[in-house]
Design a protein around this ligand. Structure first.
Ligand code: ADP
Ligand code: MG
Length: 389
């Protein structure tokens, strides 16, 4: 789960990670009120959407008067903001963050992500902060310093020094940088974050480090221990079909292709998507119906897959282990009565009672159900069916 910048900054403040003062606003009037509350003479009006690149897309603007705050809030609230992370459709801006303007001397980058291969959080830092860090990563990766922190020993001063020396910080800046990084590591660990990104981490003219931007993502499986973070969920930022699926215990991710996939087990789902690609097709989604697939979950699966108008065929690839294939076959037949399945369905069932399952499907004699003998055969048939062959 991801949260907004203003929410990440609320968490930062609780951990003494320095960040400018600011207030979120849902209307133009509120934006102006917030600016008055903040005082000062320079404010930044920042679109709050779950995507980066807002500055380049016109969603972050500097105001030098309350009138300008008003004009900019009016302009940004309700706009469809297109950035390199939103895709061409963009995202509707429903709230803005009004923040005090910072006097920026230098823009750095600081992030923490989980490195699954090393099984450790990795802190990343770069001198090349600002709006184009993706370009830096692609063209000059040596400019990004990475330090893995063994969670058993936690963040230590030597980790901080390695980052600080890598960044070429001045001697007198090092201890405040280390304090900053240590606090950020604490935010990451104590909240079961998957990702924190501060871009830019700003060095002010008075030599302080402050988080000017803040992006955080959390491990969904750990949210049960953080009700205060779960409460930050913004459903309007999430894909509505994905949200509905998760309500039924199905893990669904929408993709751009036209072959719908219904599979049990994440590994088999990935293998199925790879095979569809391999035989020249494109999966429309990832869908894991879970280990306990039954008629209801299969029916829900069809319903959810068919909400995507791009779907031109559905490949059901289920391995019967604990769930027997004959029960799945009956479940598919039942599901086709519950849901109007108007596209060809290619079914490959293997494992316990696969033979009985094939008999059941054959005897049912439903014209848009096509059986497949193995994964490859199923993928070829599903891709062909999606092409209308
Ligand atoms: P995004 O990464 O989505 O473009 P940022 O929050 O990083 O959004 O803002 C983009 C740029 O706007 C920053 O790199 C910084 O130069 C400027 N900026 C953002 N917040 C402030 C602020 N409070 N004061 C001064 N400049 C800011
Ligand atoms: Mg940024």
């Amino acid at each position: 789960m991801n949260i907004h910048e203003y929410q990440a900054k609320e968490i930062f403040k609780r951990y003494n990670v320095p960040t400018p003062s600011g207030y979120v606003a849902f209307s133009v009037e509120e934006a102006v009120e917030n600016a008055k509350k903040l005082g000062g003479s320079i404010w930044v009006v920042k679109a709050q959407i779950h995507a980066g690149g807002r500055g380049l897309g016109g969603g972050v603007k500097l105001a030098r008067s309350l009138d300008e705050v008003k004009t900019l809030a009016h302009e940004i609230l309700g706009m469809t903001l297109v950035t390199h992370q939103t895709g061409p459709a963009g995202k509707l801006v429903q709230k803005v963050y009004i923040e005090e303007g910072a006097d920026i001397a230098d823009e750095l980058y600081l992030g923490i992500v989980l490195d699954r291969a090393r099984e450790m959080p990795v802190i990343m830092a770069s001198r090349e902060g600002g709006m184009e860090i993706e370009k830096v990563a692609a063209t000059s990766p040596e400019k990004i310093i990475k330090v893995a922190v063994d969670p058993f020993i936690g963040f230590q001063a030597f980790h901080g020094r390695e980052l600080a020396y890598g960044l070429g910080l001045e001697k007198e800046e090092i201890s405040s940088f280390i304090k900053f990084a240590a606090a950020l590591y604490k935010v990451y660990m104590e909240n079961d974050a998957e990702m924190i990104e501060i871009n830019p981490l700003v060095k002010t003219k008075s030599g302080a480090f402050i988080a000017l931007d803040g992006k955080m993502g959390f491990d969904d499986n750990a949210l049960f221990r953080h009700p205060e973070i779960e409460a930050m969920r913004d459903e309007s930022e999430e894909n509505p079909i994905e949200r509905e699926a998760s309500g039924y215990g199905l893990s669904y991710v929408k993709l751009d292709g036209n072959v719908g996939c219904m599979v049990n087990g994440a590994g088999l789902a990935m293998g199925t998507m790879d095979t569809i690609n391999y035989v020249g097709g494109n999966p429309a989604n990832f869908l894991d119906v879970g280990g306990g697939a039954n008629a209801q979950t299969v029916a829900k699966g069809f319903e959810i897959i068919l909400k995507d108008p791009n779907v031109k065929s559905i490949f059901v690839n289920i391995f019967g282990g604990i769930v027997r294939c004959d029960r799945i076959a009956n479940g598919i037949l039942e599901a086709t009565k519950l849901v109007d399945v108007h596209v060809p369905v290619i079914v490959r069932l293997d494992g316990t009672n696969a033979k009985e399952a094939a008999e059941i499907l054959k005897n049912a004699n439903i014209k848009n159900i096509i059986t497949a003998s193995d994964l490859n055969d199923g993928a070829i048939k599903a891709v062909a069916a999606a092409k209308g062959n």
